[in-house]
Design a protein around this ligand. Structure first.
Ligand SMILES: [Zn+2]
Length: 460
């Protein structure tokens, strides 16, 4: 039969995981780039069959928080998205803190979009940000250019690339962002507290890993959370904690919602499994902000997740080369973890270890992040009419091997190196095409596309 006469271009066989159900012996049929049918039992006729019978087929993950360009700038897009393809992440929502030019106006955004279209291996949505001062006028243009959200910070890593926005400027910016209807994610650490505690620790001769946790205590986060949500309540902006390592962050967001605020927060996978003891073990390789907390706090974050208080789970993939992560002085190490390629197998494992269903991964690592970023229902779920972005997991006994990371050579390290895993990524499909076959990245630079935020029904 001629290819054109077949009902579908491709059919994918496997156990299809949607948010709430798993269709055992199911199938997803593709026409063009989109899902045209979902079924169970005998598959429909198609020009091509990808048989993953007995394996789990989930929506491709939507990582709502990652950084491609902190060190390399726009050339980082190609590499990070290559690693995403191998990790089953089919949409990256990339932060704007690129070197040398963060995403502070529509001209920079247009340049970044061109880099995405030319070099990305998976689809990419983008955050926008503002300059430390004098940049609020650019907000409307960034929204019109299709950013999915804005990102601001209460803590300064660099006055140009990653500045602290003071409260008065933040108030003005939130009011302007509120007009666009877009969410604004905020890096939530109190500058004054962290700066003074760090200076005192260093003056006292501390440079050990635990000093990193102790100089960025829970209070540094919760004070920032309160401030940004107060500013959100005053301005009507949807304020989103960019990463809460603490269950209290989600409780505080819930309180502000109860008072009429549009307040949410996400956590990152590391806050669902890593503890201060891991930072001591890993040294600089385990340094990120906010830092790992106690084992008891990890349990509380899980409780918040299971109580449906967490907006979504992300990686905060922030790939510093190993040379920036190995100084014996913890304060001299860069803050950020390599995490894209370990995201899916580790999340599956964490759920399995707790006896929880993999559908939670579809919900919290794809559907919810796509919804918050205005990419749903095109992205984030196995639904008819959606882009056919799929992640295929093979269950078994594996260990995460950092040597298998397909990013730049200096980024082939992982805080999860050697960790026992209960699954590996057997395949990734992007808009119906196989881009990772379990061994090799088949996507080429430019196969990924920029994904614009879609207008919400009813206006904003
Ligand atoms: Zn981040």
């Amino acid at each position: 039969m001629d290819r054109l006469e077949k009902a579908f271009d491709r059919v994918v066989l496997g156990d299809i995981v949607t948010g709430s159900d798993t269709l055992r012996g199911g199938n997803v049929a593709v026409r063009g780039e989109t899902i045209a049918a979902i079924g169970q039992g005998p598959p429909p006729e198609a020009a091509e069959t990808l048989d993953y019978s007995g394996r789990l087929v989930l929506p491709g993950l939507v990582d709502g928080h990652m950084h491609t360009g902190s060190q390399l700038g726009f050339p980082g897009i190609a590499w990070a998205t290559r690693s995403a393809a191998a990790g089953g992440v089919t949409t990256c929502v990339d932060m704007p803190y690129d070197t040398p030019a963060p995403g502070t106006d529509d001209a920079i955004l247009a340049e970044k979009i061109a880099w995405v279209e030319r070099t990305a291996h998976v689809d990419v949505a983008l955050y926008g940000t503002i300059r430390k001062s004098g940049g609020i006028g650019a907000i409307a243009g960034l929204a019109a250019g299709g950013v999915s959200a804005f990102k601001l910070s209460t803590f300064e890593y660099d006055p140009v690339r990653f500045p602290r926005i003071d409260h008065a400027t933040m108030r003005e910016a939130f009011a302007e962002i509120a007009k666009t209807g877009l969410p604004v994610a905020v890096h939530n650490e109190d500058q004054e507290l962290v700066t003074q505690l760090s200076a005192a620790a260093r003056a006292g001769g501390r440079s050990d890993p635990l000093a990193h946790c102790q100089t960025r205590p829970p209070l540094a986060e919760t004070m920032a959370d309160q401030a940004i949500f107060e500013l959100g309540l005053a301005t009507g902006a949807h304020v989103h904690i960019a990463h809460s390592s603490l269950a209290r962050g989600f409780a505080i967001a819930a309180q502000f919602r109860a008072q009429g605020g549009r307040a949410t927060g996400e956590t990152c996978i590391q806050y669902l499994c890593m503890t201060e003891a891991d930072l001591v073990r890993l040294g600089g390789r385990g340094k990120c902000n906010p830092p790992f907390r106690t084992g008891a706090e990890v349990e509380r974050v899980w409780q918040a997740l299971l109580a449906d208080q967490v907006a979504y789970v992300s990686t905060d993939h922030a790939p510093w080369p190993l040379s920036r992560k190995t100084d014996p002085d913890i304060f001299a190490c860069g803050a950020g973890l390599v995490g894209l390629q370990s995201f899916a197998p580790l999340m599956f494992t964490l759920l399995a270890e707790r006896g929880l269903a993999p559908g939670l991964m579809a919900t919290y690592c794809a559907e919810r992040s796509a919804q918050l970023h205005g990419l749903y229902p095109r992205k984030g779920a196995i639904r008819i009419g959606a882009d056919c972005d799929l992640l295929v997991l093979e269950e078994g006994r594996f260990h995460f091997d950092e040597a298998a990371i397909v990013d730049r050579p200096e980024l082939r390290w992982s805080p999860y190196h050697g960790r026992a895993l209960r699954a590996r990524v057997a395949a990734t499909l992007l808009r119906g095409r196989l881009i990772w076959d379990g061994e090799q990245v088949l996507a080429r630079p430019g196969d990924g596309r920029f994904v614009k935020r879609q207008p919400a029904p009813g206006g904003t």
